[in-house]
Design a protein around this ligand. Structure first.
Ligand code: DGL
Length: 275
């Protein structure tokens, strides 16, 4: 059981920002990273659609003998995590915008959250802010158009700069001193965010905490891989293989990455092909 893989998924390449911390903190683990690029972006889709995709991906990971699943996507976690936990007998680690740590460390009492429209519209997010952001002013922006730019590998384009400038300028004017990257794609444009907000603003990427939590969950279930095992990653996409190879290499700084494609047939992901 401990040698079985951990399934990690996102709508696209965003979850690679989580995978890099998982690999660093859990180097003996085998990972399967699935980018559901046939359906990206999730942020503008209905919760019902995202639940359906997340169920199909979980079934697929089950067929591949996954011992645990990391939902490296705030939007999918917001829409589907509670239901998946009820429906599937496998440990899940999900994500949520880091409202709690942001509210805990802001000195100005004003925090900015960058996440997708789907995350902001979810009940899970409403509960999160109701519980942890009391007495703190929260500014939100869905950064429309940013995920497609990042999927296209344009991490420093004029469009990226404009979207982030538009999102962050009102937050800065309001006195926000803490900004949360509440979508796993956004850490890949961190240099642009830093250029805009300057050094006086704290930026929170929850990925290291998610990787730590994954270690905790594996330990709790006695599922940690033996420390002397070499870890690895299988990269899969439901989109096109060729651009995916280049995306993974660019975003993770790797060479000679091999990828496979997974194909949706109705609600099930059932076929894997090597390009
Ligand atoms: N990376 C995702 C998230 O963390 C979803 C982005 C999208 O597909 O809209 O929310």
């Amino acid at each position: 059981m401990t040698q079985q893989p951990i399934g990690v998924f996102d709508s696209g390449v965003g979850g690679l920002s989580v995978l890099r911390h998982l690999r660093a903190q859990l180097p003996s683990e085998q990972f399967i990273y699935l980018a559901d690029q046939g359906h990206v972006p999730y942020g503008s889709r209905s919760a019902a659609e995202i639940v359906q995709f997340s169920q199909g991906i979980t079934q697929f990971f089950h067929q591949l003998n996954a011992k645990a699943i990391v939902i490296a996507c705030n939007t999918a976690s917001a829409a589907a995590l509670s239901l998946l936990r009820e429906q599937f007998d496998v440990p899940f680690v999900g994500m949520e915008p880091a409202v709690k740590p942001a509210a805990g460390q802001t000195l100005s009492g004003k925090v900015g959250i960058l996440a997708t429209g789907g995350t902001f519209a979810s009940e899970r997010y409403a509960r999160l802010t109701a519980k942890y952001a009391q007495g703190v002013s929260v500014w939100e922006d869905p950064c429309v158009g940013l995920v497609p730019e990042i999927e296209a590998g344009r991490l420093d384009s004029p469009a990226v700069h404009q979207i982030l400038q538009q999102a962050l300028a009102p937050m800065l004017a309001a006195g926000v001193d803490t900004v949360v990257l509440g979508c796993t794609h956004y850490p890949f444009v961190l240099p642009v965010v830093e250029r805009i907000v300057g050094t006086a603003v704290t930026i929170i990427d929850p990925a290291p905490a998610v990787a730590r939590q994954t270690g905790v969950v594996l330990r709790q279930h006695n599922l940690l891989a033996e420390a002397d095992q070499p870890g690895g990653v299988r990269f899969l996409t439901t989109g096109a293989a060729e651009p995916y190879v280049r995306q993974v290499e660019q975003l993770l700084g790797l060479d000679d990455v091999g990828v496979e494609t997974a194909v949706w047939k109705g609600e099930r992901l059932s076929v894997i092909g090597n390009p």
